[in-house]
Design a protein around this ligand. Structure first.
Ligand code: PEP
Ligand code: MG
Length: 319
């Protein structure tokens, strides 16, 4: 099966009844973009830009950032790049952007909240990304957005930048979206969907905040499962809100490459799965073996279970 998956890795992922799902890769190092393409990735669904910044001794200026982003875009050769703006704080400290000591860093100054305390950093990043793209498909997404007010604050900076650079975000080459990784943003997905270009569900943080389990907790890791029906319910709400507004939804957390989760996410209506580059051939093969009816059936089966454990055992016999 693995050999067959590898041979067909450049073919698009189409379900047996003709629904097309984009399979793209997560990236933390722009030098690895070429490798992702060679494994069949149809683009990058999550560039964790904070990792690029962590590899620097000081805040890279617009020009230095542009060079990094250009490296990824060149390797992608016209395929889309979804770049996440800096997601610092929580589990990802940045030495030259110290955050005051907090009792609960995961509930503190992180992601978009932190970014909005230094709008110039966000402005520079928008600017560098758009300049590097030079009209190639670029989707910028904001991490840890909890409601539409945070999106609007970032959108205002984005709008100033695109006006300065005389480009337009017409929904084709350039899009601005948000990650759905805080339960509040899933619950309020309709209000967000009216204003964003797309959603990408970060199941790692969404699971952490929904179940109140630290994503890295050694003793609780078995319980920290994105297939929990509560998390699936939030994903379902997100997809329904997005599609009602004609927007697309990706999933870029670990759940996207979980064998049992792939049919469920497909059945919930997700349009794009972003996985580690190594998993691209497997995920594409898995999608090709499904029909939408079958996937919807598995999604409903999962949603009807009371616990993550029950979801996994109900899905076991479905493979
Ligand atoms: C997530 O939270 O699911 C996600 C994709 O982002 P990160 O793992 O970088 O927090
Ligand atoms: Mg996250």
């Amino acid at each position: 099966e693995a050999a067959l998956a590898w041979e067909s890795r450049f073919e698009p992922a189409m379900t047996a009844d003709g629904t097309r799902i984009e399979v793209v890769a997560n990236l933390g190092n722009t030098a690895h973009a070429r490798d992702a393409v060679s494994r069949g990735a149809e683009g990058i669904g999550l560039l964790r830009t904070e990792f690029l910044f962590m590899a620097q001794a000081e805040m890279p200026d617009v020009e230095a950032q542009q060079a990094l982003y250009r490296e990824a875009l060149d390797a992608l050769d016209g395929r889309p790049l979804v770049a996440r703006t800096l997601d610092v704080g929580g589990d990802k400290p940045l030495s030259y952007w110290p955050v005051p000591r907090e009792d609960n860093p995961f509930l503190g100054l992180r992601g978009i909240r932190l970014a909005l305390t230094r709008p110039q950093v966000l402005r520079d990043q928008f600017c560098a990304l758009i300049k590097a793209a030079e009209g190639r498909p670029l989707r910028i997404m904001l991490p840890m957005v909890k409601d539409v007010a945070e999106f609007r604050a970032a959108r205002q900076i984005f709008d100033e930048v695109i006006e300065e650079l005389a480009v337009t975000a017409d929904g084709e080459a350039l899009q601005l979206g948000v990650m759905i990784e805080i339960p509040s943003s899933a619950l309020l997905a309709s209000t967000l969907a009216a204003e964003v270009d797309f959603f990408s569900v970060g199941t790692n943080d969404l699971t952490q905040y929904t179940l109140a389990i630290d994503r890295g907790h050694p003793q609780l890791s078995a319980q920290s499962d994105g297939l929990h029906p509560a998390v699936l319910k939030l994903i379902e709400m997100t997809v329904q809100a997005a599609h009602a507004h004609g927007k697309w939804v990706g999933v870029c957390g670990e759940l996207a490459s979980d064998r049992q989760a792939v049919p469920v996410l497909l059945g919930l209506g997700v349009d794009e799965l972003s996985v580690s580059a190594r998993q691209v051939p497997m995920v594409k093969t898995r999608l090709r073996g499904l029909t939408m009816d079958e996937a919807r059936r598995q999604a409903q089966l999962a949603l009807a279970q009371p616990t993550a454990e029950a979801v996994r055992s109900a899905l076991e016999d479905q493979a």
